[in-house]
Design a binder for this molecule. Structure first.
Ligand SMILES: C[S@@+](CC[C@H](N)C(=O)[O-])C[C@H]1O[C@@H](n2cnc3c(N)ncnc32)[C@H](O)[C@@H]1O
Length: 220
């Protein structure tokens, strides 16, 4: 799978298809968390959330892991274009399924529109491995798509998701063909949902997950 083909078009496509809705979801809780010291960003793509975090937390250090070299290049260029310090950011070109963080390193994990790329077993693996790299009181910011429980909103979401998965599977060879909510995996790894905000008829959600300081790390 690779987002390389899509990388140069990702920004305008998002603008045409979703306007500013996704960016609002990405940035919803940025100012609702304690200042992080070490931030892990998963599949950050072209860096739109990264620049907002750099502005909000200039003392933090960032690690961005992405499997697309062209997405990482876009993110780096975006930082430079906005006059922010690229020295604060380590860009890692890697498949998240093969990458592991050092233990208890990150006090903030950010995964926006990322876990929806994977199948259930892969999400299990990603969340449990990365949770080992989180501190005992880490925050996890997560914006993604979701399917409302009933009504017109549910059918609208189903249609949008079907079209989206069809498109992304053709262009990027995405492994997932349907949405798997990561909530049970986050709960099993010691994170509690502090707040969820829904947008666009319940098609989008922004979450703030918080890890309990009492957790025995490594326990699932
Ligand atoms: C749908 S895009 C989301 C980008 C961005 N986070 C956003 O909010 O729009 C998914 C991103 O995850 C990256 N990605 C997909 N699979 C990956 C993997 N196995 N390992 C690391 N990054 C991956 C892609 O290269 C892409 O940048």
């Amino acid at each position: 799978m690779s987002f390389d083909l899509l990388a140069p078009h990702y920004r305008w496509m998002e603008w045409v298809l979703a306007g500013s809705k996704l960016q609002r979801c990405r940035t919803e809780f940025i100012h609702a968390i304690p200042a992080p010291r070490q931030v892990l960003m998963l599949g950050e793509g072209n860096g739109r959330c990264l620049i907002e975090l750099l502005r909000a937390y200039p003392l933090a250090r960032f690690t961005c892991v992405d499997a697309s070299r062209r997405m990482l290049d876009c993110a780096r260029k975006r930082i430079e274009k906005h006059g922010l310090s690229v020295e604060k950011v380590e860009f890692i070109h890697a498949d998240i399924l093969k990458w592991s963080p050092a233990p208890q390193q990150f006090d903030l994990i950010v995964s926006h529109f990322f876990l929806d790329c994977f199948e259930r077993e892969q999400i299990e693996e990603i969340v449990s491995r990365l949770a080992l790299g989180a501190t005992a009181e880490a925050r996890w910011l997560l914006a993604d798509f979701c399917e409302p429980a009933a009504g017109l909103a549910k059918w609208r979401a189903r249609l949008v998701l079907k079209l989206m998965y069809f498109f992304f599977r053709q262009v990027t060879r995405l492994p997932a063909s349907r949405l798997t909510p990561p909530d049970p995996m986050l709960l099993r790894n010691g994170f509690t949902l502090r707040e969820r905000r829904l947008a666009d008829w319940g098609l989008l959600h922004s979450d703030l997950w918080v890890r309990s300081g009492n957790l025995k790390l490594g326990q699932t």
